[in-house]
Design a protein around this ligand. Structure first.
Ligand code: NAP
Length: 250
């Protein structure tokens, strides 16, 4: 094991997560690239990390299931033997639906992946990072959304509520583990140009929304990754419990 720090990025195979993995590599992090099903995309991110001069592994696992979370952390332990950073990035939306159309199954999945998954991954990370458990400290960044503030009416109030839970969790966990060497922060992306909009049935959403964004354009995955890398880094050693909007003014 080298002295380089180890970062786990959930949902690191595409979009914002992939951008975080690649940016982290150039800052010297070794990277565990979690993915749900797209092995090819995860392998491409691993190759990009290696091309940037660092080491990476791809780890399959659904953060919305307890078995998935267990498998992800077992793979990190086996490959690297330590953990210094976690980016709780894996997240899902659904097709635009009003409250009277949202099924109980959709609601359950929305919260299991976006909320329970992030909280369970944070818990496993704390077990490995906290000085209380013999760890050397670390940093956690959670992916919220500006939807947590705007509520996403008529689109996905369930998703927005899940991200609101992430905001509250970020503040609480930050205070809970601050004296144990762990910082916990969140970013709230606005409209970012990734596949997530197509997964919700709106492939042109980022472009269509541009006129309503104060800066008049969607953000890029790299722009969100830059904010996340700052929060992970030693440039942010006095920043914890913060929630940073990366939303072009939205
Ligand atoms: P994306 O392009 O749809 O990518 C999602 C990533 O998460 C993929 O790597 C996917 O893996 C993985 N994933 C999905 N479900 C998973 C699960 N159950 N377990 C493990 N991995 C899972 O998403 P994105 O736009 O980059 O969004 C990343 C985060 O930012 C999410 O939390 C999202 O809510 C948040 N966010 C995004 C925007 C935006 O406009 N894009 C705005 C606000 C907040 P596979 O490749 O295997 O499918």
């Amino acid at each position: 094991m080298s002295g380089e720090r180890v970062l786990l990025v959930t949902g690191g195979s595409r979009g914002i997560g992939a951008a975080v993995c690649i940016a982290a590599a150039s800052e010297g992090w070794r990277v565990a690239v979690n993915y749900a099903s797209n092995r090819q995309a995860a392998d491409e991110v691993v190759r990009a990390v290696e091309a940037a001069g660092s080491a990476a592994i791809a780890i399959e696992g659904d953060v919305g299931s307890e078995a998935g979370v267990t498998a992800i952390f077992a793979a990190v332990d086996a490959a690297f033997g330590s953990l210094d950073g976690l980016v709780n990035n894996a997240g899902i939306v659904g097709p635009p639906q009003r409250i009277d159309e949202i099924s109980p199954e959709r609601l359950d999945r929305m919260f299991r992946v976006n909320v329970t998954g992030s909280i369970r991954c944070a818990a496993e990370a704390v077990l490995r990072m906290s000085t209380r458990h013999g760890g050397r400290g670390g940093s956690i960044v959670n992916l919220s959304s500006i939807a947590a503030v705007l509520g996403a009416p008529g689109q996905y109030v369930d998703y927005a509520a899940a991200k609101g839970a992430i905001d509250t969790f970020t503040v609480g966990l930050a205070r809970e583990v601050a004296a144990e060497g762990i910082r916990v922060n969140a970013v709230r992306p606005g409209i970012i140009d990734t596949d997530i909009h197509a997964s919700g049935g709106l492939p042109d959403r980022a472009r269509d929304m541009a006129p309503s964004i104060p800066v008049q354009r969607p953000g890029t995955a790299g722009e969100v990754a830059d904010a996340i890398l700052y929060l992970l880094s030693d440039k942010a050693t006095y920043v914890t419990g913060a929630i940073l909007n990366v939303s072009g003014g939205r």
